[in-house]
Design a protein around this ligand. Structure first.
Ligand code: PEP
Ligand code: MG
Length: 556
């Protein structure tokens, strides 16, 4: 039995067989290099970048888990300097004039053959490391990300980390839990696990090893523990804890159908965040009052080309119908940054979070944007859909997005297609600029939904994906609470409503603060709806409101 300690990113207990995520092989073409010297330079640059990536992993792992666990990545760095590796690649590029990715793949094959042929277990393990390192270099050379092979049965899935395009492909029911060596609590891997209600432990560093593939494990997402090959006492202990957790969940079911009303009668809506139509079932099961955020980009991440109008229409209509007339806020395409798809052909960027993403791409690709808006409007005839634009920083962006939406409505009218003319239009408030001009933006829209995940990274200048910055990433920072208050005051003055759809919404330690500020809706992972309702029903907001507002005033 071995106990690995990482960070709990999504609560709950799961037990099963650990499976390492098998990424599909990257497609490497054999080509003749146009210029051998510059091909060699390409290879050297890719190797440098791989070395830098591994250096970051060494540092963060050492910081969190100690030097010993960081050694694996140091060894990977050393492999990049391995004389045999360099000799083989150099020969193929410089002497044979072949392309760098092919040379790396060939070198990888030859080295793996030698290691696995040695019959020595230690050497065999090193073969997996060679594959890992060379894969990293090839991916850099190709500028690609690759989706993995799907599991053939339920399992606990392990990897260095998962890209959103990968989590988007996971079949519900087959992934029992996620465990990763890297990862940050607000990354989309963590959000995915919370939305799906599956346990996740991240940041295990070098403790998580490929040789564990196929072993039975227990994952405790609450304490951030992974137990490999648990003994019978441990299995019994955790099955007791799991039963207690299940009983707690059962108890919460008694809250289904009850109001989100505090002891003194203050109300707030509790909605669910979803990434696809299947998640709407989870929202219904957990008695969400609506969907506060439908991350529509997951429809795009799941396919190999942009989903057409009909495919999108069916998805939005299904979500609207499943929610049975309750409000469903569809966020228009928020692709870019960490959410990448190959088929849009987006360039690699130095600062992707500050780059070409979300509404910025939609303005550049009116074909994509209009198709999506047509699909949402058509689906609005079948329920209560609202439209929300992401990454807004300026007034013109809202006006332009609204103009395009108006043109789409005109088109549909001319075609005699039914839609809800009153479908609300709102924006994500996730840039400090949007907060500071929220008085102006409020006049343009029906609602604000505060995306605290991005608002935190942009306000505190802390990359939400960077696990080394976790302690600087404080979504409950006074700056954020002040911003909520400013935005709430402004939208209310214009008769609109305000929600929070970032992960902070589920922080029950702040529910009273949100209610005191006047937040109208909190949108959380489906399985967080009932715990939040329980908290709300135990609060006396009138008692603490003056203190809370006073402390916020005191911040000025
Ligand atoms: C946010 O930024 O808070 C948000 C809800 O959007 P996402 O996490 O998808 O960026
Ligand atoms: Mg966001």
């Amino acid at each position: 039995m071995e106990v690995l300690r990482g960070k709990g990113a999504s609560g709950g207990i799961a037990s099963g067989i650990l499976r390492f995520y098998k990424r599909k092989s990257l497609y490497v073409e054999k080509r003749t290099a146009k210029d051998r010297a510059s091909e060699k330079e390409r290879f050297d640059r890719a190797r440098e970048l791989a070395d830098a990536q591994l250096g970051e992993l060494v540092e963060s792992t050492a910081q969190k888990l100690g030097e010993e666990n960081a050694q694996l990545f140091e060894m990977h760095q050393m492999m990049l300097e391995d004389a045999d590796f360099l000799d083989i690649t150099d020969d193929l590029i410089t002497n044979e004039g072949l392309n760098a990715e092919y040379a790396v793949q060939e070198a990888s094959k030859q080295l793996i053959e030698i290691l696995t042929g040695s019959g020595d277990d230690y050497m065999k393990e090193r073969a997996a490391d060679v594959e890992d390192v060379t894969r990293r270099v090839i991916a850099i050379l190709l500028g690609e990300s690759s989706a993995g092979e799907l599991l053939d049965g339920p399992a606990i899935l392990a990897s260095g980390d998962f890209a959103p395009s990968e989590t988007a492909e996971f079949e519900p029911g087959t992934v029992l839990a996620l465990v990763t060596s890297g990862g940050a609590s607000n990354s989309h891997t963590a959000i995915f696990a919370r939305t799906m209600g599956i346990p996740a432990v991240i940041g295990l560093g070098g403790m998580l090893q490929e040789k564990m593939d196929g072993l039975p494990v227990i994952v405790d997402g609450g304490s951030g523990t992974v137990i490999v090959e648990p003994d019978s006492d441990t299995i019994e202990e955790y099955s007791r804890r799991k039963s207690a957790g299940d009983a707690e969940k059962e108890k919460l079911k008694a809250l289904i159908g009850l109001e989100n009303k505090s002891l003194d009668g203050a109300s707030i809506d509790v909605y669910a965040n979803i990434g696809g139509v299947d998640d709407a079932d989870l929202a219904v099961q957990n008695d969400a009052g609506g969907v506060g955020l439908f991350r529509s980009e997951f429809l795009f991440l799941q396919s190999s080309s942009a989903p057409d109008e009909e495919t999108q229409f069916k998805a939005y209509r299904a979500a609207a119908e499943k929610m049975g007339g309750k409000r469903v806020v569809v966020r228009t395409l928020d692709i870019g940054a960490d959410k990448q798809v190959d088929y849009l052909g987006l360039d690699r960027e130095e600062n992707p979070a500050l780059g070409f993403r979300a509404i910025r791409i939609c303005f550049d690709r009116p074909d994509l944007f209009k198709t999506q808006l047509r699909a949402i409007y058509r689906a609005s005839a079948f329920g209560k859909l609202a439209i929300m634009f992401p990454m807004i920083a300026s007034l013109w962006e809202v006006q332009k997005a609204k103009e395009i939406a108006a043109a789409v409505r005109q088109e549909l009218k001319a075609e005699g297609i039914e839609f809800d003319e009153k479908a609300e239009i709102g924006i994500m408030v996730e840039t400090p600029a949007a907060v500071l001009i929220s008085d102006i933006l409020a006049a343009e829209v029906d609602f604000f939904s505060v995306g605290t995940n991005d608002l935190t990274q942009y306000t505190l200048a802390v990359d939400r994906q960077n696990e080394k910055l976790e302690r600087f990433y404080a979504a409950d920072h006074p700056a954020l609470l002040r911003m909520l208050k400013i935005a709430a005051g402004n939208i209310h003055r214009h008769g609109g409503w305000i929600g929070i759809c970032g992960e902070l919404a589920a922080d029950t330690g702040l529910t009273a603060t949100f209610m005191a500020i006047g937040i109208d809706e909190l949108s959380v992972a489906p399985n967080q709806v009932l715990p939040l309702r329980e908290t709300i029903r135990g609060l006396d907001v009138s008692k603490c409101k003056a203190d809370i507002l006073g402390s916020l005033e005191g911040l000025w």
